[in-house]
Design a protein around this ligand. Structure first.
Ligand code: URA
Length: 342
């Protein structure tokens, strides 16, 4: 399917904003071919506006010019700007929509002041869905970590890699350190949160703040198992998002390989997702958490259940009863005897 140059540039820009600073050699030919295809389709559309520049670049072979990735990106950006300007200057001519003379009493389209629909401003206009990212720099192969018998050592090596990650520029600029996980890597049960908060970022350990205290109570007082010995706790992201904002999909995607590696090292039998963010990202679902709870899912050989995030329960204590139902559902799945009510 042909892809327009503008869409391609948007996608590259999205990649760049998400921290992708280089494209691996394996992907260059594909990218150059896409640029060439995009350029040739645009050239045929706009050839009546401006003749092609004498030094119009050819991207058909990746190595036809030195530094072709950088240069083609700049060149494409320039061409896109030129095209947009031509469109703004001569919209009718550019689009060739009509050959009949223009009626004198009707203003030209560019003379009409554009009005927005009432109530729609740049602030509340519906957000465009970001384009799908088709070109991602592959992660270094870490599958050997899952084969190590010493899971503590495997996690230590994984954390070394995570600490050097610079994929999400905004997170890298704001983090004090990366936060991998805490607990027993031989435990059957994994809790999956969203992302480190301020306290976790300071201490390098997940769930140590107020929400962490509530999670400890849910595990120790509710389920009657040991948080440190019988569970392992980690997050969708390994860096704190500034101001504790929700993780962006691209950040979750960037961190996904680390999470998957962590899961294949620990091989949990049960995963309990805490909150909508963890549940939706892990299971690639868009349904609400209230619809996802009390259901059994599967991920990489583990049985997965979803419940409310402890931080949400702190803000909405009336939902603690529902969270307790979720824990009982999990306990039943795990074969843990429910506590006799006193
Ligand atoms: N909230 C989370 O989702 N994870 C943490 O580690 C701390 C708070």
């Amino acid at each position: 399917m042909a892809i327009s140059r503008r869409v391609l540039i948007q996608r590259l820009r999205a990649l760049q904003l998400s921290g992708v600073l280089e494209i691996s050699n394996a992907l260059r030919p594909q990218l150059c071919a896409l640029l060439a295809a995009a350029d040739s389709s645009v050239e045929t559309n706009v050839s009546h506006v401006a003749p092609p520049a004498p030094s119009a670049p050819s991207y058909s072979t990746p190595d036809s010019r030195p530094g072709s990735w950088e240069a083609s990106r700049t060149e494409s950006a320039k061409l896109a700007v030129e095209e947009r300007r031509a469109e703004e200057r001569h919209p009718v001519e550019h689009n060739q929509t009509s050959t009949t003379p223009y009626p004198e009493d009707i203003p030209y389209p560019w003379e009409v002041k554009r009005t927005r629909k009432p109530g729609i401003t740049s602030m509340n206009a519906p957000k465009k869905t970001p384009p799908p990212l088709e070109v991602l720099v592959p992660h270094e192969d870490l599958s050997y970590l899952a084969e190590m018998s010493d899971r503590h050592e495997a996690l230590r090596l994984l954390h070394e890699k995570v600490a050097r990650c610079t994929r999400c520029l905004e997170l890298v600029a704001n983090r004090s350190q990366t936060v991998l996980g805490v607990g027993n890597p031989y435990a059957e049960l994994m809790f999956l949160g969203e992302a480190p908060g301020r306290d976790e970022d300071k201490q390098g350990v997940p769930f140590v703040g107020r929400a962490g205290k509530l999670l400890s109570d849910m595990i120790e007082k509710g389920m009657r198992i040991s948080r440190a010995e019988e569970s392992y706790i980690c997050n969708i992201l390994r860096c704190r998002p500034p101001g504790n904002r929700n993780p962006l999909p691209i950040e979750a995607l960037n961190c996904r390989y680390f999470l998957d590696t962590q899961i294949s090292i620990i091989r949990p039998k049960f995963i309990c997702c805490l909150g909508a963010c963890a549940s939706q990202f892990l299971l690639n679902e868009t349904t609400t958490i209230s619809r996802m709870r009390l259901r059994e899912y599967e991920y990489r050989g583990a049985k997965v259940v979803c419940t409310y995030h402890p931080a949400y329960l702190l803000r909405n204590p009336s939902q603690k009863k529902a969270a307790w139902e979720d824990l009982q559902f999990l306990m039943k799945l795990m074969g843990i005897e429910p506590r006799a009510s006193s």
